[in-house]
Design a protein around this ligand. Structure first.
Ligand code: 4AZ
Length: 828
């Protein structure tokens, strides 16, 4: 026995030993009897044990089968269907009307019939309730309850998600079915009920977050509750849904437990920058979060947190002193709905008081700022709402009363304001006072820019030598004349340059006879007279867009504009570019700092031991575009050696190179344009191949490359970004900077820059100075937002006569002139 190792057998042997012990009173001498009895007992006991084991196994299996495998679980699906042969009546809006009940009965039996015909659905259907009707012709909304054994759950889910299985089958006996229905859609229901715990933060996420995408065709509810006389603060920590479209997935948050529009606080879709404030407050102790998803897409979803806080007793109050600050409740979180606050501000009796709003976001979707009927700030009978940059409201006394009102629905981040006392005889010491009371720098007076919202800084000006006097009396820089932008407001700066009645005005300002428009010849010299003639195939010219098939079309900028213009649709190929992942950038960060993910194609090129040297743009997973002059040898260093460089992608802050989302890549090869001239900076372009492709993320995306025929019109606003110096001769920025600048007429700019421009260059800037690219921005992107809202690379930061000086705009490599060379070397 010593050799036995099998545990059950060992136990059996032990039992046998015990049995032997139990027969010690038997006559020991009757050895024969002993011999015969011994084996017989063994057999009986063995059989008994086997029977016992079999019975236990069967009982276990039956128990498992009935308890787990066969126990029905309750499942609820929401859905809607369209009734084709029925007309909508107003009475269907009222669920207690007899008309509603009558149609509901018919729809219910039709749905039940559809279920009955499906083996994976019918047997498990328990109940269907029609909840509402809406127009079109009639759309019925319902929920259906099922009791399904666990092992059949998956096949039920699959059948309910499959549109093909939810179709009406004609019953040959009923030649005319009462209702003809189509588009039967069922959403998997997910409902959660959560109660805030005193002093604790409760988290919840979309199903499967962050490891798997949230389900398609789903309708999820999270009912959030808090103790009586508390309110709820809800924050979405991360939120990544399908990009916003009319029918895209979305979240709605309600200030109630019913998903009704008058209590909706916000509708969210797409992707939000991490710094965007997504905190919402309730006015009572309940909140409802809903997620509605369509049939396609795989997106991570959200993680949210909520906690309870004591109900706000009062807001507003009395403010005294020479200055002070105040904000909407819970700023910068979204203010709670259904709130009224009054501030009574009083400064010393010999002074006057003014209120300056540094941030103002009181926007209610669909409400024009001229009416401010829902959420608003009211001062001296005037209502303010919407989104505003800094503005001032001044009082002519030492008191001011400010009222803030939010209604039941849709809230925003509110305002942050300060009050200040001022001397009525000198309201802005050392500065210019706008008629609104705002103080602006004296240099801003009569500079052609409206710095006071009411334009009072540009009134009663005497125009200087460099300025043009508009018919309405305003002075504008002469270089703005004939740039195709109505700078005067009355268009007088564009009148002298308009063409005669029977002629066509080219994008470059030239006039050509109307008869030359669309005659197949480039009479303007920039192709604009042949730009948008017809969508049919035309003879290929320098200015016509060439489809992959070799056919040409005359539409201007047809690439990636969302319309298929080429017969082979090649104009819409490779269009995964030029879009930011985040729907909204942070509105809290002020100035010119960029937000995380705002320019996802921006690359920072570092040299070992020297840090950031140049910018670049990501144009595909493996290619960057930059400036050739970044790779010129300098002080004995061969900057053209790819092994010196590291590309940082997804970066915003140079002080946080290993921050989340940042990818570093080594460079495989650097190809500078062979015609690059290091004296004139003509052909200042280079392409860099990465050693391994990047992974596109919310903060890393490529920019669209324009076709060589793409037209960026003079006067267009473009964006330049980089970590270059923030002042001439200054140090680089640590946060990625952005600036909006204008494309300047080539002839005008060539005059300003003493004939240094070549056709591979273009001038972009603000001629009054103050906004420009600078050292360290070189190689970085100059981008244009096109009508399709995609962004295209228009230029590469190249050179300039200093930085941000008056009448010295920055010079950029003109992408369209260098496009064919990029294609040749990258295949893009
Ligand atoms: C530079 O040195 C540089 N103002 C880049 C752009 C400009 C000036 C200098 C344009 O990289």
């Amino acid at each position: 026995m010593g050799g036995c190792v099998d545990l059950p057998l060992g136990l059996f042997e032990l039992d046998m030993n015990n049995l032997d012990e139990g027969v010690e009173f038997l006559p020991a001498m009757n050895s024969k009897k002993m011999e015969k009895r011994g084996p017989k007992r063994q057999v009986v006991v063995t059989i008994l044990i086997i029977v016992f084991l079999l019975v236990s196994l069967t009982t276990g299996l039956l128990f498992w089968h009935f308890k787990y495998r066969n126990t029905p679980i309750q499942k609820v699906f929401n859905g809607h269907l369209r009734v084709l042969n029925w007309e909508f009546l107003d009475a269907y809006e009222n669920s207690s009307s007899p008309e509603f009940s009558m149609l509901a009965k018919k729809v219910k039996s039709t749905v039940e019939e559809i279920y009955k015909n499906h083996a994976d659905i019918g047997p498990y259907h328990k109940e269907t309730v029609i909840t509402a009707f809406s127009e079109g012709s009639v759309i019925a909304y319902y929920w259906s309850e099922f009791l399904v054994p666990k092992y059949r759950e998956e096949s039920l889910d699959r059948a309910m998600a499959d549109k093909q299985s939810l179709v009406q089958r004609w019953n040959p006996r009923l030649r005319n079915p009462m209702l003809k229905v189509e588009s039967v859609i069922a959403f998997r229901d997910c409902m959660f009920s959560l109660h805030a715990k005193e002093g604790e933060v409760t988290s919840f996420t979309t199903p499967g977050f962050p490891n798997s995408p949230y389900p398609n065709n789903a309708l999820c509810y999270w009912a959030l509750r808090a103790d009586a006389s508390s309110t709820i603060s809800l924050t979405f920590k991360t939120l990544e849904l399908e990009p916003c479209r009319d029918d895209s997935d979305y979240i709605k948050v309600y200030n109630s437990l019913s998903p009704v529009e008058p209590h909706a606080l916000v509708r969210l879709c797409g992707n939000y920058a991490p710094s965007y404030n997504l905190t919402f407050l309730s006015s009572q102790n309940v909140m409802l979060v809903t997620l509605v998803t369509n049939k396609e897409g795989r997106f991570p979803g959200f993680k949210a947190e909520f906690f309870q806080l004591p109900k706000m007793k009062a807001c507003g109050g009395s403010l005294k002193g020479d200055s002070g600050t105040f904000t909407t409740p819970y700023y910068p979180a979204h203010y709670p709905p259904d709130t009224d606050c009054v501030w009574n501000i009083e400064v010393s009796s010999i002074k006057n008081v003014k209120v300056r709003f540094n941030m103002f976001y009181v926007l209610e979707p669909g409400i024009p700022v001229s009416s401010c009927t829902k959420d608003y700030v009211q001062i001296n009978g005037t209502r303010y709402c919407g989104e505003h940059s800094q503005f001032v409201v001044a009082s002519t006394t030492n008191r001011i009363e400010l009222l803030f009102h939010s209604d039941q629905s849709y809230t925003d981040t509110g305002f942050s304001a300060e009050f200040l006392s001022y001397d009525s005889s000198d309201p802005c010491p050392g500065k210019f006072t706008c008629n609104t009371g705002r103080c602006i720098d004296r240099s801003m007076r009569c500079d052609g820019w409206l710095d006071c919202v009411d334009g009072s800084d540009e009134r009663s000006c005497t125009c200087t030598e460099q300025q043009f006097r508009c018919q309405n009396g305003w002075c504008k820089p002469k270089f703005w004349v004939c740039d195709n932008v109505n700078d005067c407001g009355d268009n007088s700066d564009e009148l002298q340059c308009s063409c005669a009645a029977d002629s066509f005005k080219c994008d470059n300002g030239k006039c050509v006879p109307s008869t030359q428009k669309c005659d197949g010849k480039d009479d303007c010299g920039d192709g604009s007279d042949e730009g948008s003639c017809s969508l049919t195939t035309v003879p290929c010219k320098k200015y016509t867009y060439k489809c992959r098939s070799g056919h040409c079309i005359s539409k201007q900028n047809p690439e990636c504009d969302g319309e298929q213009d080429c017969e082979d649709h090649s104009d819409e190929d490779n269009c995964n570019c030029g879009l930011r992942s985040y729907v909204r950038k942070s509105r809290i960060v002020g100035g010119q700092n960029s937000d995380v993910g705002e320019w996802p194609w921006q690359v920072s090129l570092h040299v070992k031991g020297q840090g950031h040297i140049c910018g670049a743009s990501l144009v595909s997973a493996s290619w960057l575009v930059s400036a050739a002059h970044c790779f010129l040898p300098l002080q004995g260093i061969r900057y053209s050696d790819p092994s010196l460089w590291t590309a940082y992608l997804g970066l915003t802050n140079q002080g946080d190179l290993s921050g989340s989302g940042v990818q570093t890549h080594k460079i495989k090869r650097i190809i500078s344009h062979p015609f690059f001239n290091d004296y004139t900076y003509d052909y200042d372009i280079a392409v860099l191949e990465l050693q391994r492709p990047v992974t596109f993320t919310a903060v890393i995306q490529p920019i669209c490359l324009p076709d060589a025929t793409h037209n960026f019109p003079v006067g267009k606003d473009l964006w330049v970004t980089g970590w270059g110096a923030t002042a001439e001769g200054g140090t680089g920025a640590s946060i990625l900077q952005k600036a909006e600048i204008r494309l300047i007429n080539q002839t005008v700019c060539n005059q300003l820059l003493t004939d240094q421009l070549t056709p591979r260059m273009m001038c972009v800037g603000i001629l009054t100075g103050g906004v420009d690219a600078c050292q360290g921005d070189s190689g970085g992107p100059l981008v244009s937002v096109e009508a399709s809202s995609r962004m295209f690379l228009a230029g590469v930061v190249s050179w300039g006569d200093g930085c941000a000086q008056r009448n010295k705009p920055g010079v950029y490599s003109r992408l369209t002139s260098l496009r064919d060379w990029i294609q040749e070397h990258t295949g893009l």
